[in-house]
Design a protein around this ligand. Structure first.
Ligand SMILES: C=CC1=C(C)c2cc3[nH]c(cc4nc(cc5[nH]c(cc1n2)c(C)c5CCC(=O)O)C(CCC(=O)O)=C4C)c(C)c3C=C
Ligand code: FE2
Ligand code: FE2
Length: 345
């Protein structure tokens, strides 16, 4: 039998400094998230970050936490349940970090008799810190615990027509009767080094824009920067946005390395200072609303904008469990499930 495993990032069990510390400890010690040699990573994470960040992060989580739990988890569960209603194959949900482990998700599907499993990372764009770490973790777990299971990976879906249509519709619905001057496409950032490490063009990528922004999806199969830019360009085309009325930025940086630019917070500030009064912001790297969209963008971002004279700051919700987005994921699952032989990619 074939089964589907949806995988998202994860959240702490509760918004307390203790649980946030446990969660951040696992997350940031991942060599694909903080990609330093193990000793340097341990010193940075356990010696510095975990002594200061959990308290501040817990405060931020408390501001966005729902009665049912973490928004990211609750929204992912709603998504899973809607997908399950549209397919006969078992659908499980797991998180890369935290207590809803990938091992438990695989076990749930195996217990239901699944021998072929398609993993669907809930990230439209590929990144070493997201899709790759899930793929690697799944491979390790299958080798160790589920050798009889065949896995099929799902590549990034940022350029699928159905996905771009749904993302565009979600934006136009929010902005329908709104008068806005600029729409910012804000993606989660990554250190520039991550882009170079994932480069498959023989060291061509000099991070100067000449390679990442070139056309062609094949050589950019693993280029997060390219995939974010193309997501923006495709949506702009679909919505008929005029040049100069939209742009791409990157948020949520951590530490002192250079991260992908331009930075979202500085762009919001600059736009407000330059006289923009009404702006909208969409966050396409996040499938489910979470700390980074509900707090960093909807609260902090709005505050920055208002402080420098901005008036209206409209945040477009993530795709979450919208019915048309559910259908995109069902399409991805069915395209695989309906092929006679599931193959490993
Ligand atoms: C080096 C650090 C980080 C990298 C690289 C990174 C990449 C990355 N993250 C997401 C999606 C999410 N990140 C979230 C929270 C979050 N991210 C980092 C650090 C890195 N992320 C931290 C420290 C945190 C925790 C919160 C904090 O202390 O600020 C979340 C939200 C989780 C939630 O519970 O709501 C998401 C989602 C992507 C897509 C990505 C690379 C493309
Ligand atoms: Fe992150
Ligand atoms: Fe590049």
């Amino acid at each position: 039998m074939k089964g589907i495993l949806l995988v998202n990032l994860g959240s702490p069990d509760s918004p307390t400094p203790k649980d946030v510390k446990t969660y951040l400890g696992e997350f940031l010690m991942d060599e694909r998230v903080i990609d330093l040699p193990v000793l340097a990573r341990t010193l940075l994470v356990k010696g510095i970050i975990l002594n200061t960040r959990p308290k501040a992060s817990a405060k931020a989580y408390q501001k966005i936490w729902w009665e049912e739990g973490s928004p990211l988890i609750v929204l992912s569960e709603r998504l899973q349940s809607k997908i399950q209603k549209r397919t006969n194959n078992p659908v499980a949900l797991a998180m890369r970090y935290g207590s809803m482990t990938i091992k438990k998700g695989l076990q749930e599907l195996v217990d239901k008799g699944c021998t072929h499993i398609k993993t669907i990372p809930l990230y439209p764009q590929f990144a070493m810190a997201t899709t790759e770490t899930i793929d690697v973790k799944v491979d390790e777990l299958v080798t160790e615990y589920f050798p009889e299971v065949t896995i099929t990976r799902t590549p990034a879906f940022y350029h699928r027509e159905d996905y771009i249509n749904v993302l565009s519709k979600s934006i136009s619905e929010t902005l329908e009767d709104l008068d806005y001057e600029h729409i910012l496409f804000s993606y989660h950032g990554v250190p520039e080094r991550h882009i170079r490490k994932s480069d498959i063009t023989n060291g061509n990528c000099k991070m100067n824009g000449k390679c990442c922004f070139k056309k062609g999806s094949e050589q950019h199969e693993f280029c997060y920067r390219h995939q974010c830019e193309i997501t923006t360009v495709n949506v702009a085309k679909k919505l008929g946005l005029k040049n100069g009325t939209y742009s791409t930025t990157f948020q949520s940086r951590l530490g002192f390395d250079p991260w992908l630019k331009p930075y979202t917070d500085r762009t919001i500030e600059r736009m407000g200072k330059n006289g923009t009064k009404k702006m909208a912001i969409v966050t396409p790297a996040f499938v489910s609303d979470c700390l980074e969209t509900l707090e960093e963008i909807a609260m902090e971002g709005e505050e920055i904008f208002h402080e420098v004279g901005g008036k209206e700051f409209t945040v477009i919700p993530c795709l979450n469990d919208r019915d048309d987005f559910v259908q995109v994921l069902v399409n991805i699952a069915n395209e695989w499930a309906e092929t006679p032989e599931a193959t490993t990619v």
